[in-house]
Design a protein around this ligand. Structure first.
Ligand SMILES: Cc1cc2nc3c(=O)[nH]c(=O)nc-3n(C[C@H](O)[C@H](O)[C@H](O)COP(=O)(O)OP(=O)(O)OC[C@H]3O[C@@H](n4cnc5c(N)ncnc54)[C@H](O)[C@@H]3O)c2cc1C
Ligand code: FES
Length: 446
């Protein structure tokens, strides 16, 4: 019963359910006891009523005490990962080109201590000191391997060029990694984290679908399953322009050799003659491919059932169209997981600064660690923008509620989100890049 209670997320509902269950158990027992003793005795009846009330209160109490499974799983995840707290130095022990645009970096901790395990699909946050920048550049990268030896982490990074037709500088961190980071370079990293991961032990078939650099978390997921749950059927679908842009294809083909339940499908949109035999279809990784090829294959392998979990990572248009297509096929939302790599937003006022909608017109914000209390107005924008305007330097990366780099503990008050974060921060924390005050007083650990 405690286990079932734990599956109820809302503490009030959990408490009412536990109270009702206790009452349902206690009442017939009390009635039976009264019946067996002396039904006409008033004191016996009173005892029965007391027993029921006691059961009701005790049940409600148990409901409040029992933590929901999700609370526990978040805590477990954090404690797994919290082997180190803030930044830890890692040395690049190997640098390997994976495709025309993607290069892998193998990292080992400088302190020589063990590496905490991670869930396949999680990411690492890195910090780069780049000449000419007034502050370190922080970025997040998916862990792209699931090594048996557990003695390194691997990141596979795409060199981001300037968007076509825009006269803007190319990607800061990715180009720095490609051009300036070599074997022997030291990079500070935060522990692995992220809620986009594959529960390896699950037996439900999984479709890992990606395009471009979105392949990185999928490699880790497929390799974890190959080692820890090879009974599970995995469909690994990846779209690339052609063989030149297709990262880690040989590595994945080698995984397949010893993992017959891994079904790989590569789609090349513009294959070259020399790619012949290296891809499965010409075109894109899209809904048509899922409906005409993958889902029938899942049904064939699972006695007609097309039930599966979907993991998506790639360009925004790719993810939007697959999510929409799966919705139309009535695939339950909780079966579809996705990771957005976002697009770095440049520092500057967000739309929040122009928005007049919101719960409060002004708020007293205390940045506790900086010993500063200042008054926020809607035109000050997000709490991150407000902190920066007041001389603070909080960490950030995406400024879009994706990467959690700006996570900050909140001691008092509440915030409201201007854009829903991709995943909720842990209890007691807020993402300051996409939020502003919801109460007249907010105290942040900044
Ligand atoms: C959870 C997560 C996991 C990720 N995993 C990976 C991964 O495994 N591999 C990977 O390669 N990436 C990954 N990313 C993306 C990565 O974090 C970076 O966003 C990416 O490398 C780009 O960073 P950058 O500093 O090179 O580019 P930025 O400097 O942030 O620039 C991004 C783009 O904006 C353009 N730009 C610059 N200025 C402007 C302007 N004024 N107007 C418009 N455009 C402009 C740049 O030319 C560039 O194309 C991940 C992101 C997240 C959130
Ligand atoms: S900076 Fe990425 S979530 Fe706030």
């Amino acid at each position: 019963m405690l286990r079932s209670l734990g599956q109820i997320q809302n503490p009030l509902v959990r408490s009412i359910t536990a109270a009702s269950a206790s009452l349902a158990i206690a009442t017939p027992i009390a009635a039976l006891a009264i019946g067996l003793t002396n039904p006409k005795d008033r004191s016996a009846n009173q005892t029965g009523v007391y027993a029921s009330v006691l059961a009701l209160v005790a049940g409600a109490g148990v409901g409040l005490i029992v933590k929901s499974d999700r609370d526990n799983s978040v805590k477990a995840k954090d404690s797994d990962n919290n082997i180190w707290k803030d930044w830890r130095d890692f040395k690049v022990v190997k640098k390997k080109s994976e495709s025309k645009e993607i290069t892998s970096f193998y990292l080992q901790p400088v302190d020589g201590q063990d590496l905490p395990d991670f869930k396949p699909g999680q990411y690492l946050t890195i910090k780069l000191d780049i000449d000419g920048r007034d502050r370190p550049v922080i970025r997040t990268y998916s862990l792209s391997d699931y090594p048996e030896s557990k003695d390194y982490y691997r990141l596979s990074i795409k060199r981001e060029s300037s968007p076509q037709g825009l006269d803007v500088p190319p990607g800061v961190a990715s180009n720095f990694m490609h051009d300036n980071i070599t074997e022997g370079s030291i990079i500070p990293c935060k522990p692995p984290r992220g809620k986009f991961y594959l529960e390896v032990d699950n037996s439900v078939p999984a479709v890992l679908m990606s395009n471009g650099v979105g392949i990185t978390p999928m490699i880790s997921m497929a390799k974890a399953c190959a080692r820890q749950n090879p009974q599970r059927h995995i469909w690994f679908i990846h779209g690339a322009r052609n063989g030149e842009y297709h990262a880690c294809s040989e590595e994945m083909n080698a995984v397949k050799e010893s993992y017959p339940n891994l079904h790989i499908h590569y789609c090349y949109s513009r294959p070259r003659p020399e790619d012949e035999g290296k891809y499965d279809s010409q075109g894109y990784a899209d809904m048509q491919l899922l409906q005409e090829t993958t889902i029938p294959h899942i049904q064939e392998k699972h006695n007609g059932s097309g039930e599966a979990e979907y993991f998506l990572c790639g360009s925004p248009s790719f993810m939007d169209s697959i999510r929409e297509g799966l919705r139309e096929l009535n695939v339950a939302e909780d079966r579809v997981y996705f990771e957005s790599f976002g697009g770095g937003k440049t520092k500057g006022k967000s739309e929040a600064a122009n928005s007049t909608k919101g719960e409060v017109d002004s708020a007293e914000i205390t940045f506790a660690n900086s010993n500063k209390t200042v008054t926020w107005k809607p035109e000050d924008g997000t709490l991150l923008e407000f902190a920066e305007a007041n001389g603070l330097n909080p960490d950030y990366s995406c400024r879009q509620g994706i990467c959690h780099t700006c996570t900050c503990s909140i001691q008092e008050g509440e915030v409201e989100y201007l854009e829903s974060p991709d995943s909720e921060p842990d209890e007691g924390s807020v993402l300051i890049c996409v939020s502003r005050p919801k109460t007249n007083r907010v105290i942040l650990d900044l």
